[in-house]
Design a protein around this ligand. Sequence first.
Ligand SMILES: [Zn+2]
Length: 682
Amino acid sequence: MALTARLHRHPRPTLAAPRLRLGLTATLGLLLVAGCSTTPRQEAQAGGKAHPAVQRAQADVARQVQQADAPGSTNANDAADARRGLIAAPSGQVCNEAGQVIWDFDAFAFLNGPAPDNAPDTVNPSLWRQARLNNQAGLFKVRDGIWQLRGFDLSNITLIQGKTGWIVVDTGTSRETSAAAMAFARQHLGAQAVSAVVYTHSHVDHFGGVLGVISADEAKARQVPIVAPAGFMEEATSENVLMGTAMARRAMYMYGSRLPAGATGLVDNGLGKAVPFGRVGILPPTLLVQQPREEHVIDGVRFVFHNVPGSEAPSEFTFALPELQAFCGAELMGHTLHNLYTLRGAKVRDALRWSGYLDDALKQVEGSEVVFTQHHWPVWGPERIRGFIEHQRDAYQFIHDQTVRGMNAGLTAPEIAETLKLPTALQQDFAVHGYYGTVKHNVKAVYQFYLGWYDANPANLDAPPPVAAAKGYVALAGGPEALRASAQKAFDAGDFRWAAELLKHAVYADPSDKAARELLARSFEQMGFLAESAPWRNVYLSGALELRDGPPTQAQSRVAFAELLQHTPIERFLEAMAASLNAEKVGDARLTINLAFSDLKESHVLRVANGVLRHEAAPPAADADATLTVTHPFFVRMVTGQVGGLGLLTSSDTKIDGSRLALGRFFGWLDKPAGTFPIVTR
Ligand SMILES: [Zn+2]
């Protein structure tokens, strides 16, 4: 998961008085388990009824799920493993300083009802099963000296007993949820100090909550080691700065951030329940693991690190704990097929490399009695560990090789995706089912990785853009009514994909066509109900919601990221600034601005010419039209939208030399996208 994913506004499905077992209020001002303000219960907008074709399909899946949980099957232990070692389970809610709920342990209580083979027909039974497994929140003993806090966040926090305190592996997404998790651990295991922090990789759900684990002052005063893989800081602080707005908007779909929790809404996210919406920070590493393999003794515990860059994350490592006979698989492995391409939009990942690292891991785990990961529950026993990793390895290689084979036979990505199925042995292992990534969209990722967007058909080289094509197709269909009738027929027959394909054109051609919007929403809904992948379900149900209610009125503010963005190199912001330059407004104008930082001894020269903004770290240029001197904290407030033009002119943190008019003109050229753009309409 990545930075922009943190959009989840977790609508409360219930206003029932929270049980108070968490009991952390005394220790943490941030956390008020009781007395959070709650938003009113939202009913899912969905028509909420499964089509008979969906009911039939769910019944088929229910039978497979029954087999999964039958004694002797690969996944028969999942339910027991997800609960194994439970010390205590939390309930209630976690709030932020403003008293808003950012995490609700009770939100998914509805999953405790029907067993997977009897799931509501609005949820794929296999996803229902995964959603129940992911709903096992608590403090768990993994092995002597290793505990995990699961279900306090999308990701897990792992505690390893060091000589003087806990070595904390990954710190959750937000300060508030991590503080709650740590307080819960202290409540049940006794108070211990944090003796080290280990980040397994550069995705925000694994470091963003560090300031809830340990304060910056304490980490500094006690010189607490903070360990991370090579390249961590650069990747962690830069991820999505450039593409942040678009990814954040798309992430709202993928993580279902506008969906109410419930059997016709949000049930899971594949990796865990949801993404908390709290404050994100970072503490820079003090020890970077640079070599492919490195051994370090951290607070008396021997770690054997293995760097696995360019797999699930650009900067990532796994590690063995030989004395504890345990292996941390980071996010290289887990109880789902992961993403080679993530639906929020991101660069595609290298399937072959990923598979290769998993093969290496088979040797690295030798001697381990348990493998624990950064999402989901652990795997115990050498034999099951081996099977678990082999299946993960082979799933990625299979998708890679068979996609390449299809490409070389002249097939296009959708053609390969339509027919490729994992071999039976892999299909029967639910740990490689597509709860997060899917075979279908991962095939397209492999195609994109090697051949890109163009499928080589000349008709697709310069095809008409969506609205023009839509208008043409609607006319060809004999007008919107005829098209809707045809779509209705497809819907009635249970062919929701074709219905959506037709209606997409009707809605693009005329967004005010309410009947088309509603039928498209109903089609998306059924596709969401059918989906085994949580992101697919969220995407479809979010599309349905937007067709009915319109796009969101507010994007996620960047203020929650301020503590992280303070560590982001200035260059990343300047690249983003250049990519927000409105070339139409600029025309042929030329302008030079000096940007100087009074507190960093750093300055940049920004030159606009030929419709591009170029930036260079250099002393102020003598020919500049204006010089803007700011402090670094002010600059971060500026890029997070906390101060605007007036603040710039009036703050004591800024100084302007030269032409204020030129400076005003320059800032006027920069787009400030609202981040609420429509997705299903034009
Ligand atoms: Zn993660």
